[in-house]
Ligand binder design. Sequence first.
Ligand code: AMP
Length: 286
Amino acid sequence: MIITDTINQTRETIAQPRREGKTIGIVPTMGALHEGHFSLIRRCRAECDFVVVSIFVNPTQFAPDEDLDKYPGNFEADCRACRDLGVDLIFAPPTAEMYQRENLTWINVEKITDHLCGTSRPDHFRGVCTIVAKLFNIIQPDIAWFGQKDAQQLAVIRRMVADLNMPVDVRSCPTVRETDGLALSSRNDYLNPEQHRQGLCLNQALCRGRELVADGTTDTNIIIEAMRLIIEKQPDAGIDYISIVDNDLLQPIAAIDRPALVALAVRIGPARLIDNIIVEPPAKTV
Ligand code: AMP
């Protein structure tokens, strides 16, 4: 496994497998790797000849009051895990390498960023799209993997790739959870055991939403209110949003009459946790 921290070294390293006609896959990450990341890396390993993992905590996707300075990281452990998973190249640049001067060029995906995390993190997806586009330009992967855990990010990146005709096949993996249901996240490191216990309310609320849909409830207000009651039982939980949107442009919908994304963001103590599921409209009986 090769580890690079400059763009030039990275391009030189990838030139060889590319010449040999190998398919190049990338899993972009911010490090502090866990089983969620590993699921993406395993898929990439299974479906690509040359596997690149990028580790970069991208400052432009954090607002000034967010957790950039304390974002968890353990580079040695990440490298060991990547080696064990058969990764070929880790690209882990310092910030000054990725942003060599004041950044004046940004990618904004409209509409899909209007709701959900886009409301409370207005510049977040602009930072995400810009760094992912930079990584795509540096690595020029054939395939890139992203997690359904960050459903809005996945939708935004798919749209960016389509609108800008980027020659990358974007693939996704399902959300990996702890056995107790909490979606894995690097930010779970911020939680003490009691906060972790309270964090289970996200998955519990989503399960209740799924159950209501399965029982024939289609009114999204009713589903959202039932979910809210579950979250509000937890003393340290502060709801950022609970939303039900269509699974294409992520616009709020009044009824589950097409595939829908049920998504929520909840603050538990020091962590802002997000989670989501996709639900299908009830099958029509004839
Ligand atoms: P991050 O390091 O948080 O930027 O995440 C890097 C990639 O891992 C993104 O595509 C995430 O959606 C994905 N990811 C993070 N957590 C999970 C999880 N629990 N299950 C599946 N994918 C995940």
